[in-house]
Design a binder for this molecule. Sequence first.
Ligand SMILES: Cc1ncc(COP(=O)(O)O)c(C=O)c1O
Length: 358
Amino acid sequence: MIPLARPTITADDTRAVQAVLESGNIATGSVVKEFEEKSARYIGRNHAIAVNSGTIALYLAVRVPGFRKVVLPAITCPEVLNAVVHAGAEPLVVDVDEETHNLDPRELRGDRAAGADAVVITHAYGHPARIDEIREACQSRGLTLIEDFAQSTGATYRGGRCGSFGAVSATSFYATKSLTTGHGGMVLTDSDDLGRKLRIARGDEAYEYLDSFVPLNLKITDFQAAMGIRQLERLDGFLEKRRRIAALYRAQLADMAGITLLHEQEGAMSCYYKFVIMLDSIRKETFISGMRGKGVQAGVLYDPPLHRMKIMKARYGAARRLPVAERIAEQAVSLPIFPSMSDSDVRKVCRAIGELMA
Ligand SMILES: Cc1ncc(COP(=O)(O)O)c(C=O)c1O
């Protein structure tokens, strides 16, 4: 079976992890610090604080500054909603655009964003959101931009890396992500004051408190960080491979009837965390089971979309319709993509799609 995702772990990673294990210093120490400094430099930020998951990174990004009403795109993973709700903020879920499935900037000017103090963008599937328009809308409505770049570590928009645009940014190093430490995450900012507070909140110094937050132990270990450093060194290579696989998919699927491909926007360079297609003429359940029968794992995406999740109805009442997100939830599926995927695997996936669509 060709899986949807597979981490790229080499002898380099195992040697680095083993060296930390043998050193006897296995909790949070100098290797985590080195991982943070190298990540901050790579993304282009002053401060990077490593934590134990992407959910926690986003939770801290919302909770520590104290945002109260946060706009979110409907098409993203449920952990985004969970993090915002745990942080004590009210989620305002809005629609996404047809071309990239990212938050539609027009929503920030509309009534669904009324009363918000912050907005989380997520760079769906690794494709950067419309940063310029979103920043403009944030400025005109006094919203703080929070970037969740869990899916887009390494992706760029007009030369800047995803993660460098928000007042505060969060990412994940979960097993399927372009850079992985098994579990793990990071929160980044240029603000010295927020950087200091995030470190306290993560539990760097148990005797220190924030006025509005009692710290928790949200740290990662030096052996995870050792792996993170090695992965970071190879990240650009991983991205090149992902982009090459995506190009091969595009070439093979361009004229296939019954599916629609997403476009890469001008100025955006996706890291292709996922390769997503829209099914025009076949139900996704039929597609997924048909692909499984041909030895290929295909994935459902974000169904239900966030505004239809049970917790939204239970806490905030009946959801308004978000037509683009609802169509995506019905028709979008993801195909396998990971750096070690071979060209013949890509051809096998495309052949399987062709047979199903015939
Ligand atoms: C956009 C986004 N945010 C947050 C998360 C949560 O990260 P984690 O699984 O590390 O908690 C994920 C995925 O896992 C994600 O894709």
